[in-house]
Design a protein around this ligand. Structure first.
Ligand SMILES: Cc1cc2nc3c(=O)[nH]c(=O)nc-3n(C[C@H](O)[C@H](O)[C@H](O)COP(=O)(O)OP(=O)(O)OC[C@H]3O[C@@H](n4cnc5c(N)ncnc54)[C@H](O)[C@@H]3O)c2cc1C
Length: 400
């Protein structure tokens, strides 16, 4: 069967761009289609990337990235705690800068990456798959052996050729975020605020980038929808009168430049993530931490694994579900534990409220540091739970 290209990638986020990079390393033909002109430029995101992602994906030198060496955490009934690290645990970066950096990493010709192009209907048959696209006034149909759908939390293919059903409102997070610019520099310290003062049973954050900062808050859609207080009101209160963030913003003469809102998948391991010649990667596959909402690193790992499996399928000329199933094994063994235990922790937070968990977990300096390491993405979630939880719980968890 003749096709236009071997693989169609939908989406130029971290998942799609890392899949494209990997496929070009294999020398596999692909076409990446994405709707925006500048990858990442319009994506609502805190832009925190953990150090392990920088090392594994050769991103040590992202321009205008700010090293994060300190984390502060506020739990109800407790003073704000600060943890300082010797080395950077990650960076805060704008998504536009990340998008350019990821794009520049790909050895590509402009023929392979179609920006400003919208994907519409997709179809998968026993011989090939097709994607209908629109670029300006032009529409067309592109065919391939496989699709890597990396189009984010509401994946394109789910409307036409669903690999699985949509996650429920109890599995999706909703967040609002402010981007602010400042006249004077802010200290680079990432803040996490827990408790009903700050969010509809989720958490609020502030991730500064010297002369700019992003602050957000949110919670699970199901809870947000029934909450009497608007989510944006929590954010206004954080900016206006919750110290230390409010006073630091005032001292730095912060000005609001953009308001945004977005969804994020907080569902844990969701299967299947492949089928009918399609692999879902990144947010499309719920590759996002249910406890922190961190998804850049997991999306890049997901996109990378999808490309590995696509390359294998093309070499063997086998596009069966059986061969694609390796994809799910790869990503679950790579970061499935963080998704599984992140969901476990999220449920405990929702059941018992962050106040009781906060006082249990943050009862000593040692546990405070462990939680900070987890939030910074330098300690796996399961390891943090085992290290910070009381003994009786540890014995139960080890068996799980
Ligand atoms: C408010 C907020 C804050 C966050 N903060 C952080 C953080 O600090 N650190 C972190 O690690 N993660 C964070 N996340 C999560 C992170 O942003 C996502 O997990 C990550 O962007 C997922 O990458 P992706 O490539 O799967 O999808 P996306 O980055 O969403 O990219 C999807 C791509 O698909 C394209 N697309 C979609 N539909 C179509 C279509 N029909 N046709 C063509 N193209 C299409 C889009 O234009 C986009 O290029 C945050 C999320 C939110 C909502």
């Amino acid at each position: 069967m003749t096709v236009d290209t071997d693989v169609i990638i939908i989406g130029a986020g971290p998942a799609g761009l890392s899949a494209a990079k990997r496929l070009s390393e294999y020398g596999i033909e692909y076409t990446l289609i994405s709707r925006e002109d500048k990858p990442g430029a319009y994506k609502a995101c805190g832009g925190y990337i953990p150090a392990r992602a920088l090392e594994e994906f050769g991103l040590e030198q992202i321009p205008s990235a700010h090293d994060v060496k300190s984390i502060r955490m506020k739990f109800p009934g407790l003073e704000m705690k600060r943890v300082d690290f010797e080395n950077r645990v990650g960076v805060n970066v704008s998504r536009e800068v990340l998008g350019v950096t990821l794009l520049n990493q790909i050895e590509t010709s402009s023929e392979e990456i179609w920006l400003n192009t919208e994907c519409g209907e997709t179809e998968a048959t026993k011989d090939k798959c097709t994607v209908r696209y629109t670029k300006g006034n032009e529409t067309g149909l592109l065919s391939s052996h496989l699709i890597i759908d990396a189009s984010g939390v509401n994946p394109v293919t789910i409307r036409f050729t669903p690999v699985r059903s949509r996650p429920m409102n109890s599995q999706i997070g909703y967040a609002v975020q402010y981007q602010m610019k400042t006249k004077y520099p802010l200290e680079i310290v990432n803040d996490f605020y827990y408790g009903s003062e700050f969010s509809p049973r989720g958490y609020a954050w502030s991730f500064p980038r010297k002369y700019e900062t992003v602050l957000g808050t949110g919670g699970i859609v199901e809870i947000v929808r029934t909450s009497k207080k608007r989510t944006i009101s929590y954010l206004d209160e954080l900016v206006e009168n919750k110290k230390p963030t409010s006073s630091e913003l005032q001292n730095a003469r912060a000005e609001l430049v953009n308001r945004e809102a977005a969804l994020m998948p907080l569902a844990g391991i969701v299967k299947p993530s492949y089928g009918n010649r399609i692999m879902l990667a990144g947010d499309a596959a719920c590759h996002c931490s249910p406890i922190t909402g961190e998804g850049i690193y997991y999306s890049m790992l997901g996109g990378h694994s999808a490309a590995d499996v696509a390359a294998d399928c093309i070499q063997k000329k086998d596009f069966s579900d059986n061969r694609l199933s390796r994809y799910e094994r790869l990503w679950t063994s790579s970061f499935g534990s963080d998704l599984k235990w992140g969901l476990w922790l999220q449920k405990r937070f929702l059941e018992s409220g962050s106040s009781s968990l906060g006082t249990t977990f943050l009862s000593s300096e040692r546990t405070t540091r462990i939680i900070a390491e987890m939030l910074a993405g330098i300690r796996p979630v399961r390891s943090a739970i085992l290290a910070a939880a009381p003994r009786y719980l540890v014995s139960k968890l080890r068996k799980a």
